[in-house]
Design a protein around this ligand. Structure first.
Ligand code: MG
Length: 207
């Protein structure tokens, strides 16, 4: 009787230990990075702008819709945008494997590249909807752990180069699915996000 009670206690301690390790593991793996991202999202922490003590190699600017977020693949996306519903921006699926993209961006950041987002807000919309879209896009980046330093959420049609033109005398690379926008970029090379292997092109920047 005593033995079985002792064994039961031992087992329950073992389970407790396993449970607490599982929670600790999940906290380290998932919760803490999300919490840091959330503080950046709320403006409590400043986002990182390239690794300290290293010369800035350049800036990589990512578009969102059609590049990393599949906005145009969301059911009835245009209809919902016209009704000023921000759901497609929140629920858009990633277009690439975000773990791979985040690892590549992390390595590039370590080597002195700054990671930025330059994304247009919705076309012809009210100020309230623009703000809702801005928040939805920031939420999407947070949810997918995208390691950006600065996010420029700008009005539809803004010349994207204007966002980073004065940001240091270094090459600026644009990753975008829109050919017209890529053609208008004159601050460095561009990566065509409609190509299947564009992550390889990005990874080739790692030394
Ligand atoms: Mg796009």
């Amino acid at each position: 009787m005593l033995f079985s009670r002792g064994r039961a206690e031992f087992l329950s301690i073992g389970k407790l230990h396993k449970f607490s390790s599982m929670i600790l593991c999940n906290l380290t793996k998932d919760f803490f990075p999300k919490m840091l991202d959330f503080f950046v999202y709320c403006g409590i922490l400043k986002p990182s702008r390239g690794k300290r003590g290293k010369t800035m190699r350049g800036i990589i600017c990512f578009d969102m819709d059609g590049t990393i977020a599949d906005l145009y693949g969301y059911p009835n996306w245009l209809e919902l945008l016209r009704k000023e519903d921000p759901t497609p921006y929140y629920k858009a699926k990633p277009l690439v494997d975000m773990d791979t993209l985040n690892i590549i961006c992390g390595r590039l950041w370590e080597q002195g590249w700054e990671i930025r987002i330059i994304s247009w807000l919705s076309k012809d919309s009210t100020a309230e909807y623009k703000e809702a879209v801005r928040q939805a896009k920031m939420y999407w980046l947070w949810e997918h752990h995208f390691p950006y330093g600065v996010a420029h959420m700008v009005a539809y049609g803004t010349t994207k180069a204007d966002c980073v033109r004065r940001a240091g005398d270094c090459p600026k690379i644009l990753v975008d699915d829109n050919a017209k926008i890529r053609d208008g970029w004159h601050l460095g090379k561009t990566i065509d996000a409609t190509k299947k292997n564009w992550l390889d092109e990005l990874a080739a920047l790692i030394d």
